[in-house]
Design a protein around this ligand. Structure first.
Ligand SMILES: [Zn+2]
Ligand SMILES: [Zn+2]
Length: 322
């Protein structure tokens, strides 16, 4: 009797927590997502495709770790101190080694504000990024992003301070850490003016930053920072590399099909805007037709932002025309 009552209570408890885990409005964090093994050395937490909100506490990117013989290299530890700390705790559950380096792919806050949480645990760990990112971070861009996340999450992202990278890179460097060799690539102004791509030579893999997203309209969050033509050039360049695995800034990791899909999207969008521009149309006149022509991508995240993205492609083409 006592025994069966205990079982009923346990089942009721499990039932209610399972319901909570699937409750759409329940607050989520990096803790709710698995640490995916995508290659021998690389682990990725594939974050949700979403805008920062009180429910997701601003967690929306793909924080990752590269495991070396004696340590952990963190890539893009998310948008808050909490996310950065939780990423390290999560990785250390499977790889109980110290964090030996952090890499940031670019200056947008969803990728690097988590430096604060990693540095809380490892105060002296070096942080690598493009030198232009360091310039922008030191000019106060961190505070701008902290405010964006604070406002959009209504404070659920928690307290964070901007911890800027410490070691500037230009692209072309080869960095060996223990048994892992990283090659740094820079393909010019693309998603932003400071995108680094990180190749893990051992695994023939590439962290693309936000130059490549999976199932996500490109440059839709911060189109004012992007060169759309430069994004096409950068993706073409990475497709010539020896990689069999691409870790995008948002969305699932995959093979060549991930950057190839992004390249098709970019080329189609750019060509359409160019065609209507040459016909003498203004951006507001071409928007509806282009959105319609691009409807094969309507299930991509942020498709509702296409109008704004078209406006920015238009302005770039107009500027290049002068
Ligand atoms: Zn970005
Ligand atoms: Zn991003």
């Amino acid at each position: 009797m006592t025994c069966s009552r205990t079982i009923v209570i346990v089942i009721a408890f499990l039932g209610s927590s399972a319901l909570q885990a699937h409750e759409v409005t329940a607050p989520i964090s990096i803790e709710s997502f698995p640490l995916d093994e995508v290659s021998p050395h690389i682990r990725v937490v594939h974050g949700p495709l979403a805008q920062p909100s009180p429910e997701n506490r601003g967690f929306m990117n793909n924080p990752a770790a590269i495991l070396t013989a004696n340590g952990i290299i963190v890539v893009d530890p998310g948008s808050s101190r909490n996310t950065g700390r939780q990423l390290v705790e999560k990785v250390r559950r499977i790889w109980n080694k110290p964090v030996v380096a952090i890499f940031n792919t670019h200056v947008h806050g969803d990728h690097w504000l988590g430096n604060d949480g990693v540095r809380e645990l490892y105060p002296n760990v070096p942080i690598y990024a493009h030198e232009r990112m360091i310039e922008r971070a030191n000019a106060g861009e961190g505070e701008f992003w902290i405010n964006v996340f604070k406002t959009m999450t209504k404070g659920t992202a928690g307290e964070t301070k901007a911890v800027a990278p410490t070691i500037g890179l230009k692209g072309g460097e080869e960095i060996r850490i223990d048994d892992v060799t990283l090659k740094i690539h820079y393909a010019g102004h693309a998603h932003s003016d400071n995108d680094l791509m990180i190749e893990v030579l051992n695994d023939r893999s590439l962290f693309t930053g936000d130059i490549v997203l999976n199932h996500h309209v490109p440059n839709s969050d911060v189109p004012q920072d992007a060169s759309f033509k430069g994004s096409i050039t950068a993706i073409e360049a990475m497709l010539k590399g020896p990689y069999s695995l691409y870790v995008p800034g948002h969305g699932r990791t995959g093979g060549r099909e991930v950057p190839e899909a992004m390249l098709r999207f970019h080329r189609k969008l750019y060509d359409l805007v160019m065609k209507f521009y040459r016909d003498g149309q203004q951006d507001y006149e071409m928007k509806d037709r282009i959105v319609n022509e691009m409807s094969e991508y309507r299930d991509w995240h942020n498709f509702s932002e296409m109008g704004r993205v078209i406006g920015y492609v238009y302005r770039e083409i107009e500027k290049d025309d002068f």
